[in-house]
Ligand binder design. Structure first.
Ligand SMILES: [Zn+2]
Ligand SMILES: [Zn+2]
Length: 269
Protein backbone atom coordinates (compact mmCIF):
# COMPACT_ATOMS: atom_id res chain seq x y z
CA UNK A 1 0.00 0.00 0.00
CA UNK A 2 1.37 3.37 -0.97
CA UNK A 3 1.30 5.71 1.98
CA UNK A 4 1.39 8.92 0.02
CA UNK A 5 -2.06 8.96 -1.54
CA UNK A 6 -2.28 12.72 -1.34
CA UNK A 7 0.29 15.07 -2.73
CA UNK A 8 3.17 16.31 -0.66
CA UNK A 9 2.04 19.85 -1.43
CA UNK A 10 -1.37 19.15 0.07
CA UNK A 11 0.19 17.78 3.25
CA UNK A 12 2.67 20.65 3.51
CA UNK A 13 -0.07 23.23 3.05
CA UNK A 14 -2.16 21.67 5.77
CA UNK A 15 0.80 21.37 8.12
CA UNK A 16 1.47 25.05 7.63
CA UNK A 17 -2.17 25.82 8.44
CA UNK A 18 -2.09 23.64 11.58
CA UNK A 19 0.97 25.57 12.75
CA UNK A 20 -0.74 28.89 12.11
CA UNK A 21 -3.86 27.82 14.02
CA UNK A 22 -1.68 27.08 17.02
CA UNK A 23 -0.25 30.61 16.84
CA UNK A 24 -3.66 32.18 16.34
CA UNK A 25 -5.01 30.38 19.38
CA UNK A 26 -2.42 32.17 21.51
CA UNK A 27 -3.73 35.51 20.24
CA UNK A 28 -7.10 34.84 21.84
CA UNK A 29 -7.96 36.06 25.28
CA UNK A 30 -9.14 32.98 27.21
CA UNK A 31 -11.66 35.18 29.05
CA UNK A 32 -13.64 35.56 25.82
CA UNK A 33 -14.58 31.88 26.00
CA UNK A 34 -17.06 31.08 28.76
CA UNK A 35 -18.27 27.48 28.92
CA UNK A 36 -21.58 26.81 30.61
CA UNK A 37 -21.71 23.04 30.49
CA UNK A 38 -24.92 21.22 31.19
CA UNK A 39 -24.41 17.54 31.97
CA UNK A 40 -27.82 16.39 30.71
CA UNK A 41 -27.45 18.25 27.42
CA UNK A 42 -23.98 16.84 26.92
CA UNK A 43 -25.18 13.29 27.64
CA UNK A 44 -27.78 13.86 24.93
CA UNK A 45 -24.96 14.71 22.53
CA UNK A 46 -24.98 18.52 22.55
CA UNK A 47 -21.35 19.57 21.98
CA UNK A 48 -19.72 21.67 24.72
CA UNK A 49 -18.91 24.44 22.27
CA UNK A 50 -22.65 24.90 21.66
CA UNK A 51 -22.99 25.46 25.42
CA UNK A 52 -20.22 28.04 25.46
CA UNK A 53 -20.46 31.79 25.05
CA UNK A 54 -17.69 32.93 22.74
CA UNK A 55 -16.92 36.57 21.97
CA UNK A 56 -15.54 36.39 18.46
CA UNK A 57 -13.14 39.12 17.49
CA UNK A 58 -14.22 39.77 13.94
CA UNK A 59 -11.16 41.82 12.94
CA UNK A 60 -8.95 38.93 13.98
CA UNK A 61 -11.12 36.45 12.09
CA UNK A 62 -10.81 38.56 8.93
CA UNK A 63 -7.07 38.93 9.41
CA UNK A 64 -6.71 35.15 9.67
CA UNK A 65 -8.71 34.64 6.50
CA UNK A 66 -6.28 36.98 4.73
CA UNK A 67 -3.38 34.95 6.07
CA UNK A 68 -4.92 31.69 4.83
CA UNK A 69 -5.49 33.27 1.43
CA UNK A 70 -1.84 34.30 1.30
CA UNK A 71 -0.71 30.74 2.06
CA UNK A 72 -3.07 29.29 -0.55
CA UNK A 73 -1.89 31.75 -3.21
CA UNK A 74 1.72 31.07 -2.29
CA UNK A 75 1.14 27.37 -2.91
CA UNK A 76 -0.90 27.92 -6.06
CA UNK A 77 -0.67 31.38 -7.70
CA UNK A 78 -3.65 30.52 -9.91
CA UNK A 79 -5.87 30.94 -6.87
CA UNK A 80 -5.04 34.62 -6.56
CA UNK A 81 -7.90 35.98 -8.70
CA UNK A 82 -10.33 33.58 -7.02
CA UNK A 83 -9.40 34.66 -3.50
CA UNK A 84 -8.57 38.32 -3.91
CA UNK A 85 -12.14 39.61 -3.56
CA UNK A 86 -13.15 37.56 -0.56
CA UNK A 87 -12.28 39.78 2.35
CA UNK A 88 -14.13 42.56 0.56
CA UNK A 89 -17.29 40.45 0.74
CA UNK A 90 -16.99 39.90 4.45
CA UNK A 91 -18.60 42.56 6.56
CA UNK A 92 -19.17 41.93 10.24
CA UNK A 93 -22.60 40.39 9.70
CA UNK A 94 -21.40 37.91 7.09
CA UNK A 95 -18.31 37.04 9.14
CA UNK A 96 -20.52 36.15 12.11
CA UNK A 97 -22.75 34.09 9.85
CA UNK A 98 -19.67 32.27 8.50
CA UNK A 99 -18.57 31.42 12.02
CA UNK A 100 -22.01 30.10 12.94
CA UNK A 101 -22.47 28.08 9.78
CA UNK A 102 -18.94 26.62 9.93
CA UNK A 103 -19.64 25.54 13.47
CA UNK A 104 -22.84 23.83 12.32
CA UNK A 105 -21.18 22.12 9.27
CA UNK A 106 -23.73 23.85 7.05
CA UNK A 107 -22.46 22.78 3.63
CA UNK A 108 -25.63 24.01 1.97
CA UNK A 109 -25.15 27.58 3.18
CA UNK A 110 -21.53 27.71 1.99
CA UNK A 111 -22.31 26.10 -1.36
CA UNK A 112 -24.98 28.70 -2.02
CA UNK A 113 -22.69 31.52 -0.80
CA UNK A 114 -20.01 30.33 -3.24
CA UNK A 115 -22.57 30.07 -5.99
CA UNK A 116 -24.02 33.52 -5.54
CA UNK A 117 -20.56 35.16 -5.45
CA UNK A 118 -19.01 33.18 -8.30
CA UNK A 119 -16.51 31.44 -6.03
CA UNK A 120 -15.23 27.89 -6.29
CA UNK A 121 -17.41 25.66 -4.14
CA UNK A 122 -14.79 24.64 -1.56
CA UNK A 123 -13.45 28.12 -0.79
CA UNK A 124 -15.89 29.79 1.65
CA UNK A 125 -16.34 26.81 3.96
CA UNK A 126 -12.65 25.99 3.95
CA UNK A 127 -11.74 29.55 4.96
CA UNK A 128 -14.45 29.82 7.60
CA UNK A 129 -13.64 26.44 9.09
CA UNK A 130 -9.92 27.14 9.19
CA UNK A 131 -10.39 30.46 10.98
CA UNK A 132 -12.98 29.00 13.39
CA UNK A 133 -10.71 26.24 14.69
CA UNK A 134 -8.54 28.29 17.06
CA UNK A 135 -11.72 29.19 18.96
CA UNK A 136 -12.81 25.55 19.08
CA UNK A 137 -9.34 24.49 20.18
CA UNK A 138 -9.22 27.01 22.99
CA UNK A 139 -12.71 25.96 24.04
CA UNK A 140 -11.52 22.33 24.10
CA UNK A 141 -8.55 23.29 26.28
CA UNK A 142 -10.84 25.02 28.73
CA UNK A 143 -13.31 22.13 29.06
CA UNK A 144 -10.95 19.17 28.56
CA UNK A 145 -10.95 18.29 32.27
CA UNK A 146 -14.71 17.69 32.04
CA UNK A 147 -14.61 15.55 28.90
CA UNK A 148 -14.46 11.86 29.78
CA UNK A 149 -16.43 10.07 27.11
CA UNK A 150 -18.61 10.68 24.09
CA UNK A 151 -22.16 9.70 23.32
CA UNK A 152 -22.13 7.20 20.41
CA UNK A 153 -23.12 8.89 17.19
CA UNK A 154 -22.85 12.42 18.57
CA UNK A 155 -19.25 12.92 17.44
CA UNK A 156 -16.76 14.99 19.39
CA UNK A 157 -18.23 16.04 22.76
CA UNK A 158 -16.65 19.47 22.35
CA UNK A 159 -17.25 20.41 18.71
CA UNK A 160 -19.45 17.71 17.17
CA UNK A 161 -16.94 16.60 14.52
CA UNK A 162 -17.57 12.96 13.56
CA UNK A 163 -15.13 10.58 15.25
CA UNK A 164 -12.44 9.13 13.00
CA UNK A 165 -9.16 8.98 14.94
CA UNK A 166 -7.92 7.15 18.03
CA UNK A 167 -4.57 6.26 19.52
CA UNK A 168 -3.52 3.37 21.70
CA UNK A 169 -1.87 4.31 24.97
CA UNK A 170 -0.33 2.27 27.78
CA UNK A 171 -1.98 -1.11 28.34
CA UNK A 172 -3.65 -0.77 24.95
CA UNK A 173 -6.13 1.84 26.19
CA UNK A 174 -7.98 3.55 23.38
CA UNK A 175 -8.09 7.33 23.36
CA UNK A 176 -10.23 9.12 20.79
CA UNK A 177 -8.85 12.39 19.43
CA UNK A 178 -10.69 15.13 17.61
CA UNK A 179 -8.50 16.52 14.82
CA UNK A 180 -10.74 19.59 14.64
CA UNK A 181 -10.69 20.93 18.22
CA UNK A 182 -7.99 18.58 19.62
CA UNK A 183 -10.14 17.34 22.50
CA UNK A 184 -9.56 13.74 23.59
CA UNK A 185 -11.37 11.15 25.66
CA UNK A 186 -11.26 7.46 26.52
CA UNK A 187 -13.34 4.80 24.82
CA UNK A 188 -13.74 1.08 25.22
CA UNK A 189 -11.36 -0.84 22.99
CA UNK A 190 -14.11 -2.60 21.03
CA UNK A 191 -16.86 0.00 21.11
CA UNK A 192 -17.90 1.62 17.83
CA UNK A 193 -17.94 5.40 18.42
CA UNK A 194 -20.59 5.85 15.78
CA UNK A 195 -23.32 3.53 17.02
CA UNK A 196 -22.14 2.10 20.35
CA UNK A 197 -21.92 -1.47 19.00
CA UNK A 198 -19.59 -3.64 21.13
CA UNK A 199 -20.26 -7.01 19.51
CA UNK A 200 -16.97 -8.55 18.42
CA UNK A 201 -18.77 -10.42 15.64
CA UNK A 202 -19.62 -7.22 13.81
CA UNK A 203 -16.51 -5.20 14.67
CA UNK A 204 -13.43 -5.84 12.57
CA UNK A 205 -9.94 -4.42 12.45
CA UNK A 206 -8.42 -3.83 9.01
CA UNK A 207 -4.69 -3.52 8.71
CA UNK A 208 -2.70 -1.95 5.94
CA UNK A 209 0.38 -3.61 4.50
CA UNK A 210 3.55 -1.71 5.30
CA UNK A 211 1.97 0.19 8.19
CA UNK A 212 2.59 -1.71 11.41
CA UNK A 213 1.26 0.91 13.82
CA UNK A 214 -2.19 1.48 12.35
CA UNK A 215 -5.51 -0.33 12.24
CA UNK A 216 -8.89 0.68 10.98
CA UNK A 217 -11.75 -0.33 13.24
CA UNK A 218 -14.83 -0.94 11.15
CA UNK A 219 -18.36 -1.66 12.26
CA UNK A 220 -20.71 -3.77 10.15
CA UNK A 221 -23.74 -2.51 12.04
CA UNK A 222 -23.45 1.16 11.05
CA UNK A 223 -20.62 0.97 8.49
CA UNK A 224 -18.63 3.59 10.38
CA UNK A 225 -14.86 3.45 10.82
CA UNK A 226 -12.23 4.78 13.21
CA UNK A 227 -8.50 4.93 12.51
CA UNK A 228 -6.49 3.58 15.42
CA UNK A 229 -2.82 4.42 15.63
CA UNK A 230 -0.50 2.87 18.17
CA UNK A 231 1.63 5.84 19.17
CA UNK A 232 3.28 4.12 22.14
CA UNK A 233 6.56 3.80 20.25
CA UNK A 234 6.52 7.41 19.10
CA UNK A 235 9.27 9.58 20.58
CA UNK A 236 7.10 12.67 20.53
CA UNK A 237 3.32 12.62 20.26
CA UNK A 238 2.17 14.56 17.21
CA UNK A 239 -0.96 16.68 17.54
CA UNK A 240 -4.20 14.99 16.53
CA UNK A 241 -4.44 17.32 13.54
CA UNK A 242 -1.09 16.09 12.20
CA UNK A 243 -1.81 12.48 13.09
CA UNK A 244 -5.04 12.73 11.12
CA UNK A 245 -3.25 14.28 8.17
CA UNK A 246 -0.45 11.72 8.20
CA UNK A 247 -2.89 8.83 8.28
CA UNK A 248 -5.10 9.95 5.44
CA UNK A 249 -4.16 6.73 3.55
CA UNK A 250 -6.27 4.88 6.14
CA UNK A 251 -9.32 6.98 5.29
CA UNK A 252 -8.93 5.96 1.67
CA UNK A 253 -8.66 2.28 2.57
CA UNK A 254 -11.70 2.46 4.85
CA UNK A 255 -13.78 4.27 2.25
CA UNK A 256 -12.66 1.94 -0.54
CA UNK A 257 -13.98 -0.89 1.60
CA UNK A 258 -17.36 0.77 1.93
CA UNK A 259 -17.05 2.35 5.38
CA UNK A 260 -17.80 5.96 6.29
CA UNK A 261 -16.50 8.53 8.77
CA UNK A 262 -20.09 9.00 9.87
CA UNK A 263 -22.01 5.87 10.77
CA UNK A 264 -25.42 5.28 9.31
CA UNK A 265 -28.26 6.17 11.62
CA UNK A 266 -30.81 3.46 12.18
CA UNK A 267 -34.29 4.63 11.41
CA UNK A 268 -36.35 4.79 14.56
CA UNK A 269 -40.02 4.20 14.05
ZN1 LIG B 1 -13.79 18.35 18.42
ZN1 LIG C 1 -21.13 1.18 14.50
Amino acid sequence: MIKSVVSKEYQELHKEIVKLQEQWKHMLNPETIRPNLDKAAMEAGVPAAALTAIDFEISLFLQWIEEINAILVNGNPELEPKLSGITGLLNEEIAIRWIEEAFAFNHVYFASFADSHGLEGWIPQFLAETALRPYLQLTAEKVQHEIHHSTPGAGCPVCGEPVRLATLKEEGKKVIHCPRCLAHWHAKRLECSHCGNEDHKTIQFLTVEGDAVSQIQVCDTCHGYTKIIDTRQYISQPSAALLDLNSIHLDFVAQENGYHAVGEKKSTN
